[in-house]
Design a protein around this ligand. Sequence first.
Ligand SMILES: Nc1ncnc2c1ncn2[C@@H]1O[C@H](COP(=O)(O)OP(=O)(O)OP(=O)(O)O)[C@@H](O)[C@H]1O
Ligand SMILES: [Mg+2]
Length: 245
Amino acid sequence: MLSVNALSVRYGSFTAVRNISFQVRDGEIFGILGPNGAGKSSTLKAIMGLVEHEGSILLNGRNIGVREKNEIGYVPEESMLIESLTPMEFFEFIKSIRRIRDEDLFARLIYGFGIENHVTKPIAALSMGTKQKVQIIAALMHNPKLLIMDEPLNGLDAKSTKILKEILQIHVKKGGSVLFSTHIMEIAEELCDRIAVINNGKIIAEGTIEELREFAKSEGSLEDIFLKLTGEDEYVRGIVNALSK
Ligand SMILES: Nc1ncnc2c1ncn2[C@@H]1O[C@H](COP(=O)(O)OP(=O)(O)OP(=O)(O)O)[C@@H](O)[C@H]1O
Ligand SMILES: [Mg+2]
């Protein structure tokens, strides 16, 4: 589905993403994990063409142009909503630029995320979690093949978290693909078929959780594996010791 080759992202003289390559296959949930500032969002923004980059990014063998954007749903890290619009007006705007294949899907999403009573209020007046639901619905409503989500569970309550997890799993069962970043290890462990761990702009490990476990020589949870891979396990132990004195 998605092939990222030798991707680099620079902000002035600073290199945020260094020559990374990975593939997201049809029917798979691929997770990007990494500490704050590792380069996760920069990677996802580069795929969406939102930051200048080097390297090649192919969706089913084609560069990502206007047509390919119809096949992608993107949930950004920071809100890209137009706050003066209502959700309904925002969705109308999305409908005007994306090919909507399934009108009924839109109604099911509004109902599924329970935002029926908020769709005519200005977005500025919505709670953080409700705004996130609006962004998620806007990414899903044209039924794209590839979902790219940057910490999509941010701000979602338990019910909506469960619904989004189910949506992602159904999506890949139907042959779609998901690429998402998260800091929530339990979610990554539960959802991801494969994971790339990014640190300082480089992929330091990639594979299934079992493969990462083997690579890190760790018997523990994904959190333990992650901290070992990023070299933060000793640091955490030191801090905990110091704080528990
Ligand atoms: N527009 C920008 N201009 C300059 N530097 C930037 C810009 N955006 C990001 N960076 C820097 O690039 C690096 C990677 O940032 P990025 O947002 O990709 O990290 P991240 O892995 O998504 O982190 P987080 O977990 O905090 O969301 C960081 O050092 C960040 O400060
Ligand atoms: Mg980020």
